[in-house]
Design a protein around this ligand. Structure first.
Ligand code: ZN
Length: 178
């Protein structure tokens, strides 16, 4: 029961913090669909039932993309969940090219839990790119994004075979990118 309550608290917290944000696809999907998809990928495709990993997945963009602080997450969700979220949070004071390279460089050194969240994040983003391409991204940028996510995932291998296979199946569909 405690686990279920924590999980629902994380869904509620993330939905509240992302309430005014939309994804970049044509239909402007509510942002919260993204963190929820990570949690679903982890349970449904990765077979993950670690509540802290699932909560971290739900909360993974709250520090990076909303005004949520690490201190707030610590207060509400404790140290383990917060530290996983911090591991997958980019330093937004850095230029995006630096952030991308840092993601690639740091991937192999993330904790097992953070690697799971990162894998689900890349699967979710790539799936969205294929299903609902961002309307303002040229073909070249879409392909560059596949290259970038592949470089990050290269550093996450050996973490969860099913998630890695799901990612590879998406990369194999890159020919569909127009
Ligand atoms: Zn994300």
């Amino acid at each position: 029961m405690k686990d279920t309550a924590t999980l629902i608290k994380a869904v509620h917290f993330a939905a509240d913090r992302h309430r005014d944000q939309r994804r970049k696809d044509k239909g402007a999907t509510p942002y919260i669909n993204h963190p929820v998809s990570l949690a679903h990928i982890l349970t449904d495709e990765g077979g993950i039932d670690d509540i802290d990993v699932l909560c971290a997945a739900l909360l993974h963009d709250t520090i990076e993309d909303t005004d949520t602080t690490a201190e707030e997450l610590r207060t509400h969700f404790g140290e383990r969940i917060t530290s996983i979220v911090l591991e997958v949070t980019d330093d937004i004071t850095r230029h995006w090219t630096v952030r991308k390279q840092t993601q690639i460089d740091h991937a192999p050194y993330l904790s097992h839990e953070a690697k799971l969240v990162k894998l689900a994040d890349k699967i979710s983003n790539l799936r969205d790119l294929l299903a609902f391409p961002p309307h303002d991204w040229a073909t070249e940028r879409r392909h560059a994004y596949v290259d970038f996510t592949s470089a990050v995932v290269a550093g996450l291998r050996g973490t969860n075979a099913r998630l890695e296979a799901a990612f590879d199946a998406l990369v194999a569909r890159r020919v569909e990118i127009a």
